[in-house]
Design a protein around this ligand. Sequence first.
Ligand SMILES: Cc1cc2nc3c(=O)[nH]c(=O)nc-3n(C[C@H](O)[C@H](O)[C@H](O)COP(=O)(O)O)c2cc1C
Length: 342
Amino acid sequence: MKKDTELVSRKSDHIQINLERDVRSALTTGLEKYRFIHEALPELDLNRVDATLRLFGKTLSAPILISSMTGGTDRAGTINLRLAEAAQSVGVAMGVGSQRAALEHPELTATFQVRRVAPDILLFANLGATQLNSGYALDHCRRAVDMIQADALILHLNPLQEAVQAGGDVNFAGLAKKIEGICKKLEAPVIAKEVGWGISERTARLLADCGVSAIDVAGAGGTSWSQVEMHRAPDEFTRQLAATFVGWGIPTAESIQIVRKAAPNMTVFASGGLKDGLDIAKCIALGATLGGMAGQFLKAAAISTESVVEMMQLTKRQIEVTMFACGVGTLEGLRDGKLVNT
Ligand SMILES: Cc1cc2nc3c(=O)[nH]c(=O)nc-3n(C[C@H](O)[C@H](O)[C@H](O)COP(=O)(O)O)c2cc1C
């Protein structure tokens, strides 16, 4: 099979495997070790609790992000449209999956384009940072942003995923300098993101020095991409290699705090294994600005737009009720010593 066709079939495999197989990390997010302090007399009206925020020039009704997932096939295009319709209706942020397939096959562009159903959402473009070592440069980043009229570009960092798949792009040498170049020249903000193994102190410092506008920790505790690759391994050697790393990574709760400490002024997005609005609220309390979910939204989008809307509304309400029961009326209030490590 040519590498090109492989790229598209890989996208279908990813959706299928994530929907049908157990791809969970052997680690937990670490968020279960925290609980909020309950206030029996919150002195608030639940209906006036305000979970809204402004980010990159857009207003969100709650700090919820549909993490970058897909595009490149008809099914992926339908999933993107359902996610985007729901994001527009509830007022949350969304990322599309890696746009490399569309940059290399322009006929796939439409499967990433969601602005016609989501004119107002905070929308993130997506490319693998490692592509900057395989001929991609500023122009490709610009085209990815323009293709979907995105508000910012996410560059994903997935060294382990590339390392445990047959024919992965494993040259990550000298990437920081190239990311820095993109941050300096791209008109849109650049966000760096892991895919489920978290961001360390050293990586956070490097990324801050590159000039990224935000870091999405995408920590361990949810979807494990080595498990996804294990399920699509072409041979026993690759299968065993991928299976080795089921317990790898920095749990999400730990990574948020590490990044906050290493780069105190950095905007932090939390994702990786978040299961509901209570988890998102805990991430906000630990210093994140947004909480993202991928696998969970994918399952809802495989059913219908309404399923995604329902899940988002529940997630939003879970955040609001958490704030209410902690006695805080704004998201900033959650950071005010409301969380205890049990
Ligand atoms: C089907 C699927 C495809 C994904 N593709 C991408 C991608 O193209 N780019 C990216 O940055 N992350 C991608 N991810 C990773 C997610 O954005 C997220 O970081 C990861 O799944 C952990 O979040 P979760 O535990 O909520 O699933 C994908 C996730 C899923 C489930």
